[in-house]
Write a protein that binds this ligand. Structure first.
Ligand code: GCU
Length: 343
């Protein structure tokens, strides 16, 4: 089944890409086709958010644009799809900030372990559009710009064997995203890091090429990782957002009025994505536990924090470009811990 899916994906990919090179600007029947690539299934909150994006654009600019969404890495892994967006072969891609680090190193900040001290502080940071726009401009030179963010929850380790303490990570081979900062973090935990694309993780665990991975709960169900990794440990090391990224030339080619419609569509897509997130996580947890036999382990998070206590300072020393955002986030963290204290 996997093989068939892969072949279909390859055929679709070649067809789309040949179409793109054969037909400049992707104009069909007088309409400009907007292509969006993402790595998730069609039930994932991001896909639902993107359907809203499509609906809003077609409602307002439907005589001019048709939006096509390609889920499940059909157009290639996140890295590949970012490159396609960079060159303008496609127009938008959803990818985690971890994949952006090699284009603009300010994005390393989001891979810093235990950066946010609460979910509230994470959301407040990402919803602070004025500040985030200064970060989003950092990839202009690379030819693309972030329009909005999507929640991708909290990342945790999961493996074929239980991980109860940081000592259990020693000697394990753990998949990470193609992110230099995440490689360093996993090494600091004492495990070996194996960077690979999301679509390769299932088979890599199944074949024993790696011992486990790290992600949010939806990876267990939407990507079926719960079939091959039966222990999910709530050590909560990162909250890494996903981003809706657009080709800059395309965005700049829009009139002011059109640009506003695209920005509003992006904002609405985030609203829908966030609305769906918590329920889908709860449902994924239920399915993983009841139908897939996954055990969720509540670990002592403090032990995991201590194991990587030096990483924040080291990252700040190595990359001065993350300092401003780091300090900004510390202020937001403090606001939310004050709120908690006064409750
Ligand atoms: C999450 C995240 C994706 C990312 C994936 C991964 O699913 O939402 O953007 O690609 O993790 O670990 O690769």
């Amino acid at each position: 089944m996997k093989g068939v899916k892969r072949i279909l994906a390859a055929v679709l990919c070649i067809t789309v890409l040949l179409g793109l090179t054969g037909c400049s600007n992707s104009v069909t029947g007088g309409k400009r086709i907007i292509r969006i690539s993402h790595a998730q299934s069609e039930t994932h909150p991001e896909h639902l958010g993107l359907l809203k994006f499509k609906e809003y654009i077609e409602e307002n600019l439907g005589d001019k644009y048709e939006v096509q969404i390609f889920p499940n890495e059909l157009l290639g892994s996140a890295q590949k799809a970012i490159e396609l967006t960079q060159t303008g072969a496609i127009d938008f891609v959803v990818a985690g900030t971890a994949n952006l680090e090699t284009f603009a190193d300010v994005y390393e900040i989001f891979s810093m372990p235990y950066l946010f001290t609460s979910e509230e502080a994470y959301h407040a940071t990402m919803n602070d559009t004025d500040y985030m726009n200064t970060v989003y401009e950092s990839t202009d030179e690379a030819g693309f710009r972030v329009l909005t963010w999507y929640n991708a929850g909290t990342r945790n380790f999961y493996a074929a064997k239980p991980i109860n303490t940081p000592a259990d990570l020693k000697g394990l081979k753990i998949r990470v995203q193609q992110s230099p900062a995440s490689v360093n973090m996993v090494k600091a935990f004492g495990a070996a890091a194996s960077p690979m694309s999301f679509g390769e993780v299932y088979t890599a665990i199944q074949q024993g090429v790696i011992d486990g991975a790290e992600n949010n709960e939806l990876a267990l169900t939407n990507n079926k990782h719960g079939e091959v990794a039966k222990y999910f440990s709530y050590n909560k090391h990162q909250m890494i957002p996903d981003m809706l990224i657009g080709n800059l030339k395309f965005l700049n080619s829009l009139s002011d009025e059109e640009r506003e419609i695209f920005e509003e569509a992006a904002r609405l897509s985030t609203e829908v994505e966030l609305e769906n997130w918590d329920d889908q996580v709860a449902e994924a947890k239920r399915i993983a536990e009841e139908d897939m036999g996954v055990t969720f382990i509540d670990v002592d998070v403090e032990q995991f924090k201590e194991a990587v206590a030096d990483v924040q300072e080291q990252m700040l020393e190595d990359n001065p470009n993350i300092r401003d955002t780091y300090e900004h986030i510390q202020e937001i963290n403090a606001q939310y811990s004050d709120k908690e204290a006064s409750n």
